[in-house]
Structure formats: structure tokens, C-alpha cells
Design a protein around this ligand. Structure first.
Ligand code: 13P
Length: 341
């Protein structure tokens, strides 16, 4: 294990002004995104879409530190034969890879899931390293509802995350550790704060027990928000303050950075919340974005699968990347948001 290299990559992933593009949708998940814009889910369409995103400038050069890829994409070539991994590297971003096999029902725990994919992971990691990946992602899913999460699900998912992280580091790949507390329910923000704190406390204990070197990791958490169906929504300031409070209680200072998932927030909410946290500042980590939907929804809509719309799709991606880049240093504003839209 090369700790210096892991640490260097982890810091590069969360450098100020930049964040991560989560473009690792599985074939089933991109199907949902393509259905929304009436695009057929073929290998060529997936390639064309991702190629135009990865070739977007100045977004890629100025605001994207790394790109999380799906297994198919890390092996794909652009139309001109250049591997997509090379296209990403040419703009100065680091290629990464999603390695989990998705969340499946957790036996004995109705309504809860465990993320699978540990079997043969060490061998797969070696191959991904050779294909150019320098970081990886594993997403654990924790749902909030009556009686859940259970301790069984929290423990099992954090244990799997720690096992994955240790395997990554053994292969000189930085683990993005992603315990996502979903925002699907009708719970209030306090409940999200309590569950997120419980999960993060458990996670860092498991990482310690699994001998993971925190300096060579990046945390990808949810923000502390009320459930989407909660009658009581929260202000931008409350989300920022509660999220910082929970992280300060749970995340060791040795962790280089925090790259949030957007989790179903609107594009502007995801940007405004990140910006508000960085305006408050005073915490020991770099805080940035690792957004899937909040970076891609606008470009997908503008593109809608038509070659003549690639420019419009790229303009939309440039705008979202710039807005989130500004939010990563607390320099975003509603005026800037409107100007580029
Ligand atoms: P969202 O930003 O759409 O939540 O996706 C980020 C991600 O990588 C989820 O695993």
C-alpha cells in the first residue's frame, strides 16, 4: 500500500473549486434517466452521452477533479477510438470506478438492504487499476421509516463499506466511502440528523477496526435534510448548520475531504446547501460535491439524445459545474445562478 499516493489522490479529488462527477449509473439506472428524455438505452447512446460530457470544456478542466465510471464506461472508447479514460485524463481529471454490485434485500430485515460486491473484489481492483482507476466508490443505502433503520442494517452496511475500503487501499485505490441516508420518507430533519450521526459513528469505528488509513479516503455522505414528504421543510441555513454539526461530531480530522451526494435534491438546492456550508466554514476538511443527478439532469434534458443538441447539453453542464465549483469555495450566489442559466 502506497499511503503517500493514496493521500495525494484523495486531496486532489477534493481540491477547492473542483468536485466529482458521478457518472457511474448502472445500465438499469441510466435507463431511468434516458426514459425521462426519450432516449433509447443502447451502448452507443450511453457512450455518446458520456463522451460529450467528458469532452465539455471548461467544465472538465476547471471544475471536475474526478469522474466515477461504471464498469462498461471504463472499458469504452470515444467515437474516434480514444479510450474514455484518456479523454478524462487529458482534461486533468482522475478516473474512478463504482465497484459495488448494488443494494439487495437484507435477510431478516424487511424493507432494508445490504450492498453486495465484496466477492473477488481484490482481483477486480487490480484490473481497474490497470485500466486507469485511481479511486473507487461503494454506496451503502440506509432508509428511514417506522422502525428502520435497524442496528443490524447499519452495522452490516458499515462493515461492508470498511471491508471494501481496506481492499481498495491494498490495491492503491482511494475508497470513496458512501453511506447514503435516503431522503425519501416523511421524517423531519432532526430524524435525518440522528440517523446520519448513528451511521457515521458506526462507519468510522468499522473503518478503524478494518485498519483503513483515513488520510487515503474520501467520505461521500448525504446532507442532513428533511424527508421529501415531510410537511416541515428546512431553510438552506438549517441544512448547512445541521450537516456541519453532525459531521463535526463524527468525522475524524485525518479525513482529507467530504464530497456530498445530491440524493434527489433539486439542482439549485444541492448547490445552495454546499455553498452555505462553505460560507460558514471553520471545519477541518475540504467540502465539495460528488453529484450525479444535480450535475447531469440539466445537460441530459438539453441534449435529449440529439446530436444537434450536444452544444446545448455542454452549455448546461458548464453552467452546473461552474455553479458547484463556486459553491465548493462558498462563492456562489443566486445572481450568478441566474446569469448563466
Ligand atoms: P446523486 O448525486 O444523484 O445522489 O448521485 C451520486 C451518487 O453517486 C450516488 O451513489
Amino acid at each position: 500500500m502506497n499511503i503517500d499516493q493514496l493521500t495525494e489522490v484523495a486531496y486532489a479529488m477534493v481540491q477547492p473549486g473542483k468536485g466529482i462527477l458521478a457518472a457511474d449509473e448502472s445500465t438499469a439506472t441510466i435507463q431511468k434517466r434516458f426514459d425521462a428524455i426519450s432516449v433509447e438505452n443502447t451502448e452507443d447512446n450511453r457512450r455518446d452521452y458520456r463522451e460529450f460530457m467528458f469532452r465539455t470544456q471548461p467544465a472538465m478542466r476547471d471544475h471536475i477533479s474526478g469522474v466515477i465510471l461504471f464498469d462498461e464506461t471504463i472499458r469504452q472508447k470515444a467515437k474516434d477510438g480514444t479510450p474514455l479514460v484518456e479523454v478524462i485524463k487529458q482534461s486533468g481529471a482522475i478516473p474512478g470506478i463504482k465497484v459495488d454490485a448494488g443494494a439487495r434485500p437484507l435477510p431478516g430485515c424487511p424493507g432494508e438492504t445490504i450492498t453486495e460486491g465484496l466477492d473477488r473484489l481484490p482481483r477486480r481492483m487490480q484490473e481497474y487499476y490497470e485500466l486507469g482507476a485511481r479511486f473507487a466508490k461503494w454506496r451503502a443505502v440506509i432508509d428511514i421509516a417506522d422502525g428502520i433503520p435497524t442496528w443490524t442494517a447499519v452495522k452490516a452496511n458499515c462493515h461492508a463499506l470498511a471491508r471494501y475500503a481496506a481492499i481498495c487501499q491494498e490495491a492503491d485505490i482511494v475508497p470513496i466511502v458512501e453511506p447514503e441516508v435516503l431522503m425519501d420518507g416523511d421524517h423531519d430533519i432532526k430524524r435525518c440528523a440522528d440517523v446520519t450521526e448513528w451511521v457515521l459513528k458506526t462507519l468510522y469505528q468499522e473503518l478503524y477496526e478494518m485498519r483503513v488509513v483515513l488520510e487515503g479516503t474520501v467520505l461521500k455522505p448525504n446532507m442532513v435534510v428533511p424527508g421529501k414528504k415531510s410537511p416541515k421543510q428546512a431553510s438552506v441555513e438549517e441544512v448547512a448548520e445541521r450537516t456541519i454539526q453532525v459531521l463535526e461530531r463524527c468525522v475524524p480530522v485525518a479525513v482529507p475531504g467530504i464530497a456530498y451526494l445530491s440524493g434527489g435534491q433539486s439542482d439549485e438546492d444541492a448547490t445552495a446547501h454546499l455553498d452555505a456550508m462553505n460560507k460558514i466554514g471553520g471545519f477541518p476538511w475540504h467540502m465539495t460535491f460528488s453529484y450525479g443527478r444535480a450535475l447531469q439532469a440539466a445537460p441530459q434534458k438539453a441534449w435529449s439524445g440529439k446530436p444537434e443538441n450536444v452544444e446545448a447539453g455542454q452549455a448546461a453542464f458548464n453552467h452546473r459545474a461552474r455553479m458547484n465549483g463556486l459553491a465548493s469555495t462558498g462563492e456562489w450566489s443566486k445572481d450568478l445562478e441566474k446569469q448563466g442559466a
